[in-house]
Design a protein around this ligand. Structure first.
Ligand SMILES: [Zn+2]
Length: 243
């Protein structure tokens, strides 16, 4: 295998590495999630280091060393400038990118996830009404990522017994809605939150972006976050619930 690699990637995040370098967390179209090292970031900032800001889509040249891949060049494909001017859009992007970074393992090709991330960032850049955690498009992005990871919440029947009883609660351990007989450790869920979750699964992000924000969406997001924590073992740090 060639040690040089050209990929298109969404920058999910970054963190310092030692005094002068940075690690960029990438989701590539070609090989899925990947960490890349940017050497001497202060020096490269003036050339192309600034193109590696979180939420950018970039074309990258990589050199694969023994452990980590080093970024040797970057061209900007999409920078989503409007996203960066709105707090709600930034929050939605941070939640979505953190979820993607945590749900998928290193170097598993998953082009649908790459495309989903690009669509989500475009939708956040186009804008939406209300706070991020009440916006149907934020819930939609997280639910669709869970779907791609194999953790789509069961919404059309009881996740435990399979019967079509009316939903009484949401069980993260059970994997979705549960009926009155299986309620167990489930958490009560409102009918409006069930509807918000169904919309998040069924509707495209472009459409979800135009739907009004509601507290039921935030409730749905709390249940989905419980499902995320059940599968990943940790919280989404970008989420700041007020209740
Ligand atoms: Zn049941």
């Amino acid at each position: 295998m060639s040690r040089h690699l050209d990929v298109r990637a969404v920058v999910l995040g970054s963190r310092p590495l030692g005094e002068a370098d940075r690690i960029v967390v990438l989701f590539t179209r070609e090989i899925g999630r990947l960490d890349g090292v940017v050497k001497g970031v202060r020096k490269t900032k003036s050339r192309w280091g600034g193109r590696l800001e979180p939420f950018n889509v970039v074309d990258l040249s990589l050199f694969r060393g023994r452990s980590l891949a080093t970024v040797t060049g970057a061209d900007l494909v999409a920078g989503f400038p409007q996203l960066r001017t709105r707090r709600a859009s930034l929050t939605a992007a941070a939640v979505t990118c953190e979820a993607a970074a945590r749900l998928f393992g290193d170097e598993e090709q998953h082009e649908r996830v790459f495309n989903l991330l690009c669509r989500a960032l475009k939708a956040f850049d186009d804008g939406f009404a209300g706070p991020a955690l009440e916006a149907p498009v934020t819930l939609g992005a997280v639910v669709k990522l869970l779907h791609e990871a194999g953790f789509l919440p069961v919404l059309d029947q009881c996740a435990c017994c399979g019967h079509g009883h009316q939903a009484a609660a949401f069980s993260a351990a059970g994997g979705g809605l549960v009926c009155g007989e299986c309620v167990g450790e489930g958490v009560p869920i409102s009918g409006a939150a069930v509807e918000a979750l169904c919309d998040a699964v069924a509707e495209p992000l472009d459409r979800l972006r135009t739907l009004p924000p509601t507290p039921a969406v935030a409730e749905g997001l709390r249940h989905v976050h419980a499902l995320f924590m059940h599968h990943t073992g940790g919280r989404l740090r970008s989420l700041r619930f007020t209740c």
